[in-house]
Ligand binder design. Structure first.
Ligand SMILES: [Zn+2]
Length: 351
């Protein structure tokens, strides 16, 4: 067992053990709320919805993937307990203008992966569930991949080959201490997260240097890292899916200059508005990172809402430009056996 597997097993054991006890509590909590207007919206965040979860978890950061089957099970569970709203209705609930008899939920999908079109869109259509998809506009309709995926793949390949990345990281501009620390890291996910958490001026040379050191070119990355094209987005938008901006190049806005961050925010809104021929009013901060200056830029650009990745349930009176979300992946609702657990799912999702 790797360290990662031991960590996952420990987490699953705790979830499975507490789920049956907390279920009773959840039922009680539900009965308190029955018929009551909670003024809360549970905003759920997904990334990739995949056909083959085993393969996807081998190739991708596990926190980003969920199978189409599990996604549908989540939505079934949510439909029983919640009103699943459009984002505009969810914002009206948070403003206290829209009162509901049941708790409210909102489905969001980040990054605009192609498999959201292939596997999430049919489920959403079949079940009649509204959703918001946030896309990084510069990458849509191109063969470019997201930096966090490229870095994860590079870290994974380096580990498989037992390669020391200190040299390539130093060449890319990292200090010898940081290059030594991350070049030898044993957890590909942690390494990728750290190397991704850089300004674009540092992140791009890191990727180029690692690709050269590992002899990896564009064709070597998994095909399922691909993003949607504009025709797919237009089709989903015509079918009722709301699209929101997720910056232009998926830059971590708090690490960029104010001018660069402002450009990312405004340009992504403009490109989406031109492509979809409708106002774009919703934004998601890349990697969930924001600060007061970035929040103000989003407000000045004319967005009505923005979501973070802070694990919070949105409630009436919250700042609509700082809405927390609950992130979900396949692992979130696995029990001790490693398979989907209805008890754990009810614990994670039930109102
Ligand atoms: Zn993202």
């Amino acid at each position: 067992m790797t360290l990662n597997q031991i960590e996952l097993f420990g987490k699953r054991s705790i979830k499975s053990l507490v789920a049956p006890f907390l279920r009773g509590w959840t039922e009680t909590r539900k009965s308190w709320r029955r018929g009551a207007d909670t003024g809360q919206v549970q905003i759920l965040a997904y990334h990739r919805i995949v056909a083959d979860i085993t393969q996807a978890e081998q190739n991708a950061i596990y926190g980003l993937v969920v199978s189409a089957e599990t996604f549908a099970r989540h939505l079934e569970l949510l439909q029983k307990a919640y009103e699943i709203l459009t984002i505009d209705d969810a914002l009206a609930v948070l403003r206290g203008e829209h009162r509901l008899r049941r708790p409210a939920a909102l489905i969001t999908l980040d990054d605009g992966y192609r498999d959201v079109y292939d596997h999430a869109w049919p489920v959403l259509q079949r079940m009649g569930v509204p959703a918001v998809v946030y896309v990084p506009t510069a990458l849509v309709g191109t063969t470019q991949l997201l930096d966090h995926d490229r870095l994860y793949w590079l870290a994974l390949k380096a580990q498989e080959r037992g390669l020391d990345l200190r040299g390539p990281l130093e060449e890319a501009g990292l200090s010898p201490e940081r290059a030594a620390h991350w070049g030898e890291a044993r957890d590909a996910r942690q390494m990728a997260n750290h190397l991704n958490y850089q300004s674009v001026a540092i992140r791009q040379p890191i990727i180029q240097s690692l690709e050269t050191a590992l002899g990896i070119c564009h064709e070597d990355y998994p095909a399922d890292y691909a993003l949607m094209d504009w025709d797919m987005i237009r089709e989903m938008a015509a079918g009722g899916i709301t699209f929101g901006a997720h910056s232009d190049r998926h830059l971590i806005l708090t690490l960029e200059s104010e001018a660069a961050a402002e450009r990312e925010i405004r340009w992504s809104k403009r490109v989406l508005e031109e492509q979809l021929n409708c106002p774009i009013r919703h934004f998601a901060y890349p990697n969930g990172h924001y600060n007061n200056a970035v929040r103000q830029m989003v407000e000045r650009a004319g967005f009505a809402s923005a979501t973070t990745t802070e694990r919070l349930i949105a409630k009436c009176g919250d700042d609509p430009l700082l809405l927390g979300r609950i992130s979900l992946c396949e692992e979130s609702t696995r029990g001790i056996t490693g398979r989907y657990s209805p008890a754990v799912a009810r614990l994670r999702l039930a109102a």
